[in-house]
Design a binder for this molecule. Structure first.
Ligand SMILES: Nc1ncnc2c1ncn2[C@@H]1O[C@H](COP(=O)(O)OP(=O)(O)O)[C@@H](O)[C@H]1O
Ligand SMILES: O=C(CO)[C@@H](O)[C@H](O)COP(=O)(O)O
Length: 509
């Protein structure tokens, strides 16, 4: 049988899956790597760690499944977006990569918008300068580490580094390149005008591909390390949001997806290029050739729930260990014992700053409305509700743009929870659908590989391989109960914005 390997280079781990030619998943394997936070608000990783973890996960996956290297006919890559991999002329890593969730570049974003002009930047790239994006990271390097800047000769995004180790080739797909702020998203080509305006050498920017283009073939040394066959085709792949959307079949107008990973994303497909006139949503190329998408991105969605579990979920951790259950399931069970609205308690999930709809690295979290009746169940439910209200903000921007949505498909770790899926259906007011492929971005990367190797369209493979398995309808009583809470939630950030700034200054952040 022929198999396609999907590699998703996440923020905490790389996940590799093998998909058979009928679309079924034969097996998956993950390998973790550390996240470095040398200063508050900074987030870095060593590209070499990504490569070593990928080698380990692929080897173990082949051993677990008994699939032979020669049976893998194509490889596709998905990855955390925006991270800056700086390479010297010999393709050695110059310094650890700055990641999508790194917040150090507020001054550089301001400088870029002043230098180019926000309106002109929007016209050229479809987007604003946001702290997570790649171009501000390059400007930061020039400002703060001029020796590293002087040694740099090539720029890649995280998964492109792994592809370079697999194939020896430099390259980037237009979906992931959209998050650099250096791409003319409408034309699917580098924007010389932007690069020159902010002084980024065009020679640093690699060749561009569509996600299902074959961007190289496996090197003999990479074949030896991974157990795959030399010369196996490797497609360009895409950023994890585009791959995740393909992985749940969001490849035509009308279907939106909600990704509950560390970040939280509401994603809609666009047949043609449509930038958000006010630049509140990200407007990017899709992983489907000749298609685009818009999305709103929350920085801490699943990440805020993970924080709650790590800091306050010790009883549930113990119970989960004793009963052989998932700690998140114990926490959602606890949350379900409080009513919608958590009896007057709201949670703001901006624990690592925010992007959509409040592009503010200094935004912070909080519980508002606490009273003596509240216990851990209320607080846990409020955390999930606050994250979901934050995602609803992105949905509202999408609706304001006139995009008609008929169905929401969920992916990411949070989508495993039926309780959270019901909450999304109730707060968003749309049916929430899960599909047979639960491996999200890694599955989308495998679809891209099959598309490139077989010469079939991504849409037709999605149509054949991806099926609905569960549908959660909104509960009208809950929906009505949530609505007034959402109205209050929306007022909180504007009211607290200045206090967040003062608190960040007091904490030296
Ligand atoms: N059973 C579950 N119930 C609810 N949320 C969950 C569950 N399992 C995982 N999660 C959430 O999903 C997040 C991880 O999602 P994942 O897609 O693996 O993230 P990433 O790719 O960013 O590492 C966790 O931080 C947690 O918030
Ligand atoms: O910054 C973005 C999208 O713009 C994030 O989606 C990152 O690409 C990684 O997110 P997780 O998959 O780790 O949540």
């Amino acid at each position: 049988m022929a198999f396609y390997l999907g590699i998703d280079l996440g923020t905490s781990a790389v996940k590799c899956i093998l998909v058979g030619e009928d679309g079924s998943v034969r097996g998956s394997r993950s390998a973790e790597y550390p996240l470095l936070t040398p200063h508050p608000g900074w987030a870095e990783q060593h590209p070499q760690d990504w490569w070593e973890a990928s080698v380990r996960a692929i080897r173990e996956l082949l051993a677990d499944t008994g699939v032979r290297g020669e049976e893998v006919r194509g490889i596709g890559l998905s990855g955390q977006m925006h991270g800056s991999v700086f390479l010297d002329a010999d393709r050695n890593v110059v310094r650890p990569a700055l990641l999508w969730c790194d917040q150090r570049t507020a001054a550089q974003c301001e400088w870029i918008e002043e230098t180019i002009g926000r309106e002109r930047l929007g016209r050229l790239t479809g987007n604003r300068a946001l702290t997570g994006f790649t171009a501000p990271k390059i400007v930061w390097l020039r400002d703060k580490e001029p020796e590293c800047y002087a040694r740099t000769a090539h720029l890649l995004l995280p998964k492109d580094y792994v592809r370079m180790k697999l194939t020896g080739e430099l390259g980037m797909d237009v979906a992931d390149a959209s998050g650099t702020l250096l791409l003319d998203v409408g034309k699917r080509a580098w924007s010389r005008e932007v690069a020159e305006a902010i002084g980024i050498p065009m020679s640093w920017l690699p060749p561009l591909f569509e996600s299902n283009d074959i961007a190289g073939r496996l090197l003999p040394e990479a074949a030896e390390r991974t157990g795959l066959a030399a010369r196996t085709p490797v497609v360009a792949g895409g950023g994890d949001q585009a791959c995740g959307a393909v992985g749940v079949g969001v490849v035509r107008n009308g279907i939106a997806s909600v990704a509950l990973g560390t970040s939280g994303v509401v994603f809609v497909h666009d047949d043609s290029y449509q930038a958000d006139p006010l630049l509140r949503l990200h407007s990017f190329c899709h992983g489907v050739p000749g298609r685009w998408h818009r999305m709103g991105v929350m920085l801490s969605a699943g990440g805020a729930f993970q924080w709650w579990k790590n800091r306050f979920g010790y009883e549930e951790l113990e119970r989960a260990a004793a009963e052989g259950r998932d700690v998140y399931d114990c926490l959602t069970e606890l949350a379900a014992s409080a009513p919608p609205g958590s009896e007057g308690l709201l949670f703001l999930p901006y624990l690592t700053g925010e992007r959509t709809p409040h592009p503010d690295p200094l935004a912070r979290g909080g519980f508002v409305g606490l009273n003596v009746r509240h216990d851990k169940a209320h607080l846990t439910r409020a955390v999930l509700e606050g994250i979901t209200f934050g995602l609803r903000d992105s949905l509202e921007l999408i609706k304001e743009s006139g995009i008609a949505i008929t169905e929401l498909r969920v992916n990411g770790g949070g989508a495993r929870s039926p309780f959270w899926r019901q909450m999304i259906a109730d707060i968003f007011g749309y049916p929430v659908v899960t599909v047979n492929s639960t491996d999200g971005p890694a599955y989308g990367a495998a679809v891209m590989a099959a598309s490139g190797v077989l010469g079939r369209s991504i849409e037709s493979l999605c149509g054949e391989w991806i099926k609905t398995v569960d549908r959660t309808e909104p509960n009208e009583a809950n929906r009505a109960a949530y609505e007034p809470y959402y109205e209050v939630y929306r007022c909180l950030y504007p009211a607290l914005r200045d206090s967040f700034r003062r608190l960040s200054a007091l904490a030296g952040q």
